[in-house]
Design a protein around this ligand. Structure first.
Ligand code: PLP
Length: 402
C-alpha cells in the first residue's frame, strides 16, 4: 500500500507469461494496433498517435520533452511537488529555457496564477503534473488546457500517478500531450510508458524528423527542423515504428506490451463510473479511519488525489521505525515522502487492483497496533470502525450520534 509501484493485478502477470512473438509477426503488430486503440480509451482521446515508449514513466516524459523542445525554447513548469521538479530538470537537460512557478507543497495552483505566468513569460510549452504522488495533490486541469490553447501554448501533462484513478479528459480539456506509467492505478509493472499526442505536437515532431542511417527508405529526406537530441526517445522514429510503415527502431519489450494491453483491458472493462467511485470511496474511508485514530491527514483535502493519502507522522513516533514494523509484522508497505515532507508524512496508496476495502481495513488495523506499541494510542478499533462507516454508508448516522 505504498504510493507505487503497487501490487500487480494477477491477470497482468498471467498475460506477461505468454510466449514471445517476433516484432513483425502479424499477431504482434495486430497487438500493437489494438494497444493504440485501448489506450485511446484510457486517455479519453481520439489522437491517432497513442502508443507506448519503452522505459519507466519518465521515459514517456523524456520522449515528449526531447521531441518537442529544441534548445532555447521556453517552457513554464508549475511546481507543486517533487515531480514538477522532475519535469523542470528534464526540460533543462533538453537545453530549454525553463521558468518555474511554485506553490507550497500540499496545495495546487489557481488557474489565474497559471494564466498570469503564461502572460508574463510567454512560453512555447507548459508542462504540468496532474497528480503529484509526493504531496498527494491533484492539479485541476480542465481550465488550464483551455487557457493554454487560448494563448497558443502547448500543454504536456504527466499523468503517471493519476491515470485511471481520477478523470483525465485529454481531448475535452484540450491537452496536447499526456504521458503515464503502468505502475500506479493501471496495476502493472514499471517499465513501459503510455503516451498520447495530438496533431499540434505530431506536426512539430515531424518537422524535426531524421531517420537513422541503415533503415532510411529510398525517398527519405530529412526535415528542416533541429534534429531531436535523443535516438531512443525520438518520437518521430517511434511513431514510424508504431505506424503501418513499421520502420524498425528499438526492439520492442514484448512482455511489457502484453502487460500494458491487459492493464488497459481491465480498466475499460470495469468502466469509469465504477472505477472512480471505488477510488473515491476508498479514499474517504481511509481519511475517515486515519482521522478517527487522532492522526492528521496532509494537505488541501479538496484537491487530494483519491488514490494516495498523506498523513502526518505523530511527533511522538519514529516514522521509519513504524513503517519497518508495518512491513515486517504485517507485510504491509506504506511510503515515506521526499524533500520538505521527508520524515513528516507517510503516504498510503490505494490504487487500481490494490484499491480495496480489505486492504484499507487491514492497513488501519495494523497501523493502530503498530502505533500503540510505539506510544501513540487511539481508541481501540476507532480507525477500522470509521472506515467501515463509510463503506456501510453509516457515516452520517455515526456523526449525528456523536
Ligand atoms: C507523478 C509522477 N511522475 C513521474 C514519475 C516517475 O516515474 P518512473 O519512476 O516510473 O520513471 C512518478 C513516479 O512515481 C510519478 O509519481
Amino acid at each position: 500500500m505504498g504510493p507505487g509501484p503497487v501490487e500487480v493485478d494477477p491477470r497482468v502477470l498471467n498475460a506477461m507469461s505468454m510466449p514471445m512473438l517476433g516484432q513483425f509477426d502479424p499477431h504482434f503488430t495486430e497487438n500493437m494496433n489494438e494497444i493504440m486503440s485501448l489506450y485511446r480509451g484510457i486517455f479519453c482521446t481520439q489522437n491517432e498517435w497513442t502508443l507506448l515508449v519503452d522505459g519507466t514513466a519518465r521515459a514517456g516524459i523524456e520522449a515528449l520533452m526531447v521531441s518537442v523542445l529544441s534548445p532555447g525554447d521556453k517552457i513554464l513548469v508549475p511546481v507543486f511537488g517533487r515531480f514538477g521538479h522532475l519535469l523542470s530538470e528534464i526540460a533543462t537537460r533538453c537545453r530549454a529555457e525553463v521558468v518555474t512557478i511554485h506553490t507550497e507543497w500540499g496545495t495546487v495552483f489557481e488557474p489565474q496564477q497559471i494564466e498570469d505566468a503564461i502572460k508574463k513569460h510567454q512560453p512555447k510549452v507548459l508542462a504540468c503534473v496532474q497528480g503529484d504522488t509526493s504531496t498527494t495533490m491533484a492539479q485541476p486541469l480542465n481550465e488550464i488546457g483551455k487557457i493554454c490553447r487560448a494563448h497558443d501554448v502547448l500543454i504536456c501533462v504527466d499523468a503517471t500517478a493519476s491515470i485511471t484513478g481520477m478523470p483525465l479528459l485529454t481531448d475535452d480539456w484540450q491537452i496536447d500531450g499526456v504521458t503515464a506509467g503502468l505502475q500506479k492505478c493501471l496495476s502493472g509493472p514499471p517499465g513501459i510508458a503510455p503516451i498520447t499526442i495530438n496533431d499540434r505536437i505530431a506536426s512539430l515532431v515531424r518537422s524535426r524528423k531524421h531517420i537513422e542511417e541503415g533503415i532510411r527508405p529510398d525517398d527519405y529526406e530529412a526535415a528542416d527542423g533541429e534534429m531531436i537530441q535523443s535516438n531512443y526517445f525520438d518520437l518521430s522514429m517511434i511513431m514510424d515504428y508504431w505506424s503501418p510503415a513499421r520502420l524498425n527502431h528499438h526492439t520492442e519489450a514484448t512482455s511489457m506490451l502484453y502487460a500494458a494491453r491487459e492493464c488497459a483491458r481491465i480498466v475499460l472493462k470495469e468502466g469509469w463510473d465504477k472505477r472512480f467511485a471505488r477510488h473515491s470511496q476508498t479514499s474517504e474511508a481511509l481519511v475517515n479511519g486515519l482521522s478517527a485514530m487522532d492522526l492528521k491527514v496532509f494537505g488541501d483535502l479538496n484537491n487530494k488525489m483519491p488514490n494516495v493519502t498523506g498523513v502526518y507522522i505523530p511527533s511522538t513516533v519514529e516514522g521509519d521505525k513504524v513503517r519497518g514494523e508495518m512491513l515486517s509484522d504485517y507485510g504491509i508497505e506504506i511510503g515515506t515522502s521526499f524533500g520538505p515532507l521527508h520524515g513528516k508524512i507517510w503516504r498510503i496508496g490505494t490504487m487500481g487492483f490494490g484499491c480495496r476495502k480489505d486492504n484499507v481495513l487491514a492497513c488501519l488495523a495494523a497501523l493502530e497496533m503498530t502505533l500503540r506499541r510505539n506510544g501513540h494510542s487511539a481508541a481501540p478499533g476507532a480507525g477500522v470502525d470509521a472506515a467501515l462507516a463509510v463503506y456501510n454508508n453509516e457515516r452520517h448516522a455515526t456523526k449525528m450520534a456523536s
